[in-house]
Each structure stands twice: as structure tokens, then as C-alpha cells.
Design a binder for this molecule. Structure first.
Ligand code: FAD
Length: 520
């Protein structure tokens, strides 16, 4: 596993961590998916080391367009990252800490460039938080060795999960592949290791020599990225209004959600007709908010309980835990993270026969399937770069089972469009919806989009908002299935298509295909 490669690199280079070699030599924190000052483990370690040695702290961000392409980062996601970098730069400057930013076209040149910069700045200690994707872990291991050869220590921290991947094992010493027992173990672990929920302070002011010694680094500007150029002015304005940048905005959202919505979360989290969830996912995905902070503050709001007491808060904490679960899975079973994202977690589904009809796939992406809830959700994704969890489950099930289109196409489309695209959670979600993943919904449980629609949007408000062709259908039953419930004329006149498939028939086909795939 790539995580073992990183650990081996540490063992073999025999690094002395937590100390500094040259007197007053600068210390660097390398920002990646951790765009915040507060509760940032590697940044705190870097700052503490610099302070203890009266050494300056420099922050670094390297933008690699190739990296963004490899991760299928959506324009909305890239725009969100760039906006957050601007805030980060301003916040760091107030502390006399420079944030040096540059572009490295090719991702493979990043380690050598970091070495070059460390040498140029006379740095012998670099810090970063670990990213758990395969290529990233390999890059980190490479960097440990590369820097060690030049006497520079590269120290990494586990920061992105509340509980570090690998810390939880079943009684048989195995990694969990089912959420419920894993979650009990996650909770027990946090009861026993309360320090895991300690929210770390942001760094204070930099050493007094930083301004004079590294004056030019303060002029560094946020780079641009090709993906960002694909966004028009109107889209940029819309996204900055919907997802304002900055960690103080993330904290405000968290606070507002906990005060006004979290109490009922367990009852309404599957409803899509209003905003009942936190919409913190863009902030968590880019590390503008730490999951530790989110859980810790929710626990405080729940009177110190992670589980029990207020069912709404407890339920929300367990949803944040899903994020940890999928990252743990990724670290332990990295085969799911190949370049083309083409591995089923459950090998028995490798031979299921999928469809590859581009026209049908496009009708799904464009919200033209003739199934109102699916179309509303896909149009929301296009417009907001975000979608409610229930709808993510419905549209992923619809694509992979009703349409039998290879779920990997959907997984890719989501990453290319979501503002909160996160490999582990997205892969996990698609594995759930298509029943090919870790702890999925059983393949024979196939969401009925009509029933889902009636349950999650009983009055059709959500559908009316996103599918204007159906706005004039006032009947709360007909809006979910206009052609079969007496509103065909309205739908037809507005140019809304008939359903692309008939659910009972497509369900039967899916069951057949899955059964045959398993038997192959
Ligand atoms: P809330 O309900 O307020 O939950 C709080 C946080 O908990 C979320 O922000 C998220 O970080 C985490 N969370 C909640 N549910 C899940 C879950 N099922 N899996 C993992 N984390 C969860 N989430 C992503 O962050 N990025 C993705 O790329 C992504 N792709 C998905 C694809 C599919 C097919 C499915 C079914 C789910 C996917 N999810 C993904 C999980 C989930 O849909 C979103 O995290 C959630 O909808 C974000 O809205 P929120 O912030 O209001 O969530």
C-alpha cells in the first residue's frame, strides 16, 4: 500500500523529526487540501518549530494544472480553491507569514521544485498534511527521500480525518469493510482518545526576521488555472455568492447550521425540498474547515455527546464519519484509486455488462431523462455544482441500474462538476448507488425514482424549481410522473420528454445483468 511506502521512506531515511538543523533556518508549510489556519496539524507543527527556534515560517502552495486534470477537478472546485488562497494569503500576511504560490505545469516536477525552493530559502524543515490518494502518497514518499539526501526533513501529519486511517481494526485485526461496526469502533476510539478532537489554535505572528529576510515572497500572487478560465463571469459571481471563500465563512455556516437546523437533521436529512443539510462539503473537501473541528463543535453542541442525546446532532456527526470511513477504505484498499477509477470494490461485480450509449448518457447529464426528480437533480448539479446526498443516491442508482450505464462514467461526471468533488467520498457514493462498492446497497435493492420523488419532494417544489417545463403542474401527484398522471398535455406542450425507460422493465433488466455478472 502507498501508505506503507511512505512509512518505509521514513524508516529508511531515519529522519529526526521535530527538531531543526541549521540555527534560525526557515521552516516551510506546504498547503494542499488544507486551506485554513485554524486546526491545521502540519501548519501548527511548522509554526511551533519555527517559534521554538526563533526561525521564520514560510507557506507554500504549488498549483499543478496537470494535477487538477488528473483529479478531474471541476471549474467550480478550482475557482473555490483559488478564492480561498486569496483569503489565506491575506490572513497569513496579517501574521507576517508569506504565502508563496506558483504554477508547475507537470505534476512530476513538483518534488524537485520543492527541493529547489527549500535550498534557495535555506530551509531544512518542510511540513505538510498527508493526502491519501495513491499518487499523492507515492509523491510524498519520493519527497521524503529526495529531501533527506540534501539534509532536509519532510515531516507529514495525519490531519484530514478525525480518526487516522489504520487506527481502527476489528477484533480479528482486520480493516472494516462495513460502516456500522466501523462506526462503533470510530466512536469508541474517540471516547478513549479525546485528544483526537482537540481543535488546534491558528499560528500566531511570524518571527521578526521574516519580513526583511523574505520580502519578495510577500508579493506572490494567486496563480490562475485553465479550468478556472472555463468559468464565465456570471458563473464566478454565482459560485462566490453560493460558496463564499474563507474559513471564517465555514465557521459561520457550521455555527448557523448547528443552531438552526441540526436538531431536526435526523428527521429531514433525506428531504430535498428545502436546504436541511449544512452544505459544508465544499469547505470540508478543500480543507477550509477541518472535520475534527466540525465534529468537536457538534459534540459540544450536543452537551459533550458524540452519540445519543440530541438525535439530530448525533445523526449529523455520523454523516461526517462517513467521510472518514471512505478515506480509511481508500488507504487500506488503494486498488480502488487507479488512474481511470475503474476498479469495483467488490470483484464479483467486475463482469456485469454495462451500456455505453453516449446519447443516453447525455440525456442523464443534461437532465432530460423524463424522470422529473432525476432531471431536477442533474440540472441542479449543472447550475450549483452541488447536489443533495439523497439525490446523489437516486441519480447514481438511476444511471447504473435503470440505464445500466457504466457507473464509472457517472463517477467521472460528478468529479468534473462538483464543487465538493472528493475522490474517496465520490467513489464510495458511486459504489453505494451501483452496489459495486464497499458496504453498498444490495444490488437487488433498486431505488424506484418515483417513490423517492414522492417521499423527498412531496409537493413537487424542488422539481418545479429546477424543471421549469413542469412549473404549471399544480397537482402534487402529477408533477412526479406527468405523462402517467394526467398532466401529459402540459408536459408535452412545454417540450418535456417522456421517461427514457420504464422502471419495472429496467429494474428487471438490471437484476438479470447483475445476476449474470456475478455468475460469470
Ligand atoms: P451534510 O449532510 O451536512 O453532512 C456534513 C458532511 O458530512 C458533508 O459535508 C460531508 O463532508 C460528510 N458526508 C455526509 N454524507 C456523506 C456521505 N454519504 N459520504 C461521505 N461524506 C459524507 N461528498 C463529498 O464531499 N464529495 C463528493 O465528491 C461526494 N460524492 C458523492 C457521490 C455520490 C454518488 C453519493 C451518493 C454521495 C457523495 N458524497 C460526496 C457524499 C454526500 O452526498 C455529500 O457529502 C453531501 O451531500 C454534502 O452535503 P452537506 O455538506 O450539506 O452534507
Amino acid at each position: 500500500r502507498p501508505i506503507d511506502t511512505l512509512n518505509r521512506a521514513y524508516e529508511e531515511t531515519n529522519e529526526v523529526r521535530g527538531s531543526i538543523n541549521g540555527k534560525n533556518a526557515a521552516v516551510v508549510h506546504w498547503f494542499k487540501n488544507d486551506l485554513r489556519l485554524k486546526d491545521n496539524r502540519a501548519l501548527k507543527m511548522a509554526y511551533d518549530l519555527a517559534q521554538a527556534n526563533n526561525a521564520p515560517l514560510i507557506c507554500l502552495y504549488i498549483l499543478s494544472p496537470q494535477d487538477l486534470t488528473a483529479h478531474l477537478a471541476s471549474p467550480a472546485r478550482v475557482d473555490f480553491v483559488l478564492r480561498n488562497l486569496k483569503v489565506l494569503k491575506i490572513d497569513l500576511e496579517k501574521l507576517d507569514i508569506p504565502l508563496y504560490m506558483e504554477t508547475q505545469e507537470k505534476r512530476r516536477t513538483v518534488p524537485n521544485r520543492i527541493l529547489e525552493l527549500c535550498e534557495q530559502w535555506g530551509v531544512n524543515h518542510l511540513f505538510a498534511n498527508i493526502e491519501y490518494e495513491v499518487d499523492e502518497l507515492r509523491r510524498e514518499a519520493k519527497l521524503v527521500r529526495l529531501l533527506a539526501d540534501k539534509g532536509i526533513v519532510f515531516e507529514t501529519a495525519h490531519d484530514s480525518c478525525v480518526v487516522t486511517p489504520g487506527a481502527l481494526q476489528s477484533q480479528q485485526g482486520k480493516q472494516y469493510a462495513v460502516f456500522s461496526p466501523w462506526y462503533r469502533s470510530w466512536m469508541n476510539y474517540l471516547h478513549q482518545h479525546e485528544q483526537n478532537l482537540t481543535v488546534l489554535e491558528a499560528p500566531g505572528a511570524n518571527s521578526s526576521s521574516a519580513r526583511s529576510q523574505f520580502a519578495d515572497l510577500f508579493d506572490s500572487q494567486v496563480p490562475d488555472a485553465p479550468a478556472n478560465k472555463r468559468l464565465g463571469k456570471e458563473e464566478k459571481q454565482r459560485f462566490s455568492k453560493m460558496y463564499p471563500e474563507g474559513e471564517s465563512e465555514a465557521m459561520r455556516r457550521l455555527d448557523r447550521f448547528l443552531k438552526t437546523k441540526a436538531n431536526d437533521y435526523n428527521k429531514v436529512r433525506s428531504m430535498v425540498d428545502n436546504e436541511y443539510t449544512s452544505v459544508l462539503s465544499p469547505y470540508l473537501a478543500a480543507g477550509v474547515l477541518s472535520a475534527r473541528t466540525a465534529v468537536s463543535i457538534a459534540k459540544d453542541a450536543n452537551g459533550g455527546y458524540l452519540d445519543g442525546k440530541n438525535a439530530g446532532l448525533a445523526s449529523w456527526i455520523s454523516e461526517v464519519a462517513w467521510r472518514d470511513f471512505y478515506k480509511h477504505v481508500l488507504v487500506h484498499w488503494p486498488f480502488i484509486c487507479t488512474k481511470s477509477m475503474n476498479k469495483c470494490f467488490k470483484p464479483e461485480f467486475t463482469n456485469v455488462e454495462w451500456e455505453y450509449d453516449s446519447e443516453i448518457f447525455t440525456r442523464w447529464t443534461e437532465g432530460q431523462t423524463g424522470v422529473p426528480l432525476v432531471d431536477a437533480a442533474m440540472r441542479q448539479l449543472k447550475h450549483d455544482a452541488w447536489m443533495h446526498n439523497r439525490n446523489r443516491m437516486v441519480v447514481s442508482s438511476f444511471l447504473s441500474k435503470d440505464l445500466m450505464i457504466d457507473w464509472r462514467r457517472g463517477e467521472r461526471h460528478f468529479m468534473e462538476n462538483l464543487v465538493d468533488g472528493d475522490f474517496a467520498s465520490n467513489h464510495g457514493g458511486w459504489g453505494f448507488g451501483s452496489s459495486t462498492g464497499v458496504d453498498p446497497q444490495p444490488y437487488f435493492r433498486i431505488f424506484n425514482p418515483l417513490l423517492q420523488s414522492e417521499k423527498s419532494d412531496p409537493n413537487g417544489e424542488y422539481i418545479r424549481k429546477w424543471v421549469p417545463e413542469l412549473r404549471d403542474i399544480k397537482d402534487r401527484k402529477a408533477i412526479h410522473d406527468p405523462y402517467n398522471r394526467g398532466a401529459a398535455a402540459v408536459a408535452q406542450k412545454a417540450g418535456y420528454p417522456r421517461a427514457i425507460v420504464e422502471h419495472a422493465a429496467s429494474r428487471a433488466r438490471a437484476l438479470q445483468r447483475y445476476k449474470e455478472g456475478i455468475a460469470r
